[in-house]
Design a protein around this ligand. Structure first.
Ligand SMILES: [Zn+2]
Length: 255
């Protein structure tokens, strides 16, 4: 397992993460909300930045790119469909592309919905996926540019990854997400356990991520829109999954 990660907070509730290949020394920042916390994490780990892998164009994921690029001369990899909105891009990628970070290979998966060009980086051999603002612990991103159909399809792609894949997402939203999820599935025992676990972590000042695909499948209502009990629970028994998903997302927007 040559991959190492460092997770750290940025801005108000963003996460930054470094991915390091211990064999080659290559180190990527997954998104760059702001430069200073990325540099602090690099310094603490004794790593040098070689790459920035961007998930989508929002300012709270790209604000640190220009400063980091000018200091480290690192490669900036970004989604093809949003490259024009992202500073200092060196390489554009699309569905099915592979990004090499030393000995590590990241597969690019397009997950439109939150934004139209959003991508995630999946490192199969290391059981890691960096999902930006598509999927959160017990939640999902707002459907800002795309449609509920797009977002539901994107979430199903992520749900199909192996259960033991560790998810690194762009924000610490877990407590609020669980509070909402309990209104959708009040009797889900796995969700109740996740609530207790997150409470313990937050009280100790720990991050609530990463979380696994397998655990999310059992408790994240946005990945469960095609479960009959979820549809029935919100008065939509027999409705298509995408409509159930859209209703859950609409309720969360107003929560
Ligand atoms: Zn975003």
């Amino acid at each position: 397992m040559p991959a190492e990660t460092r997770l750290f907070r940025c801005l108000s509730d963003n996460y930054g993460v470094l991915l390091h290949d211990s064999e080659s020394g290559a180190t990527a920042a997954i998104d760059a909300p702001e430069a200073a916390p990325v540099e602090a994490a690099l310094k603490a780990a004794g790593w040098r930045l070689t790459d920035i892998l961007v998930t989508h164009h929002h300012a709270d994921h790209t604000g640190g790119i220009a400063a980091l690029k000018s200091k480290y001369k690192c490669r900036v990899v970004a989604p093809e469909k949003e490259a024009a909105k992202i500073p200092a891009v060196d390489e554009i990628v699309r569905e099915g592309d592979k990004v090499l970070l030393g000995k590590l290979t990241a597969n690019v998966i397009e997950t439109p919905g939150h934004t139209l060009g959003h991508i995630v980086y999946w490192i199969h051999a290391e059981k890691l996926v960096f999902v930006g603002d598509t999927l959160f612990s017990i939640g999902c991103g707002r459907v800002i540019e795309g449609t509920p159909e797009m977002m539901w399809d994107s979430l199903k792609k992520l749900r199909d990854l192996p259960n033991d894949t560790e998810i690194y997402c762009g924000h610490e939203y877990t407590a609020a997400n669980i509070k909402f999820a309990r209104t959708i599935e009040p009797d889900n025992p796995v969700l109740a356990a996740r609530e207790a676990e997150a409470k313990r972590e937050i009280e100790r000042g720990l991050p609530t991520i990463p979380v696994s695909i397998g655990d999310e499948k059992l408790a994240n209502p946005f990945l469960r829109a095609d479960h009959p009990e979820v549809a029935a629970g919100i008065g939509m028994a027999g409705k298509p999954a995408v409509e159930v998903f859209a209703e859950i997302r609409a309720r969360k927007n107003k929560f």
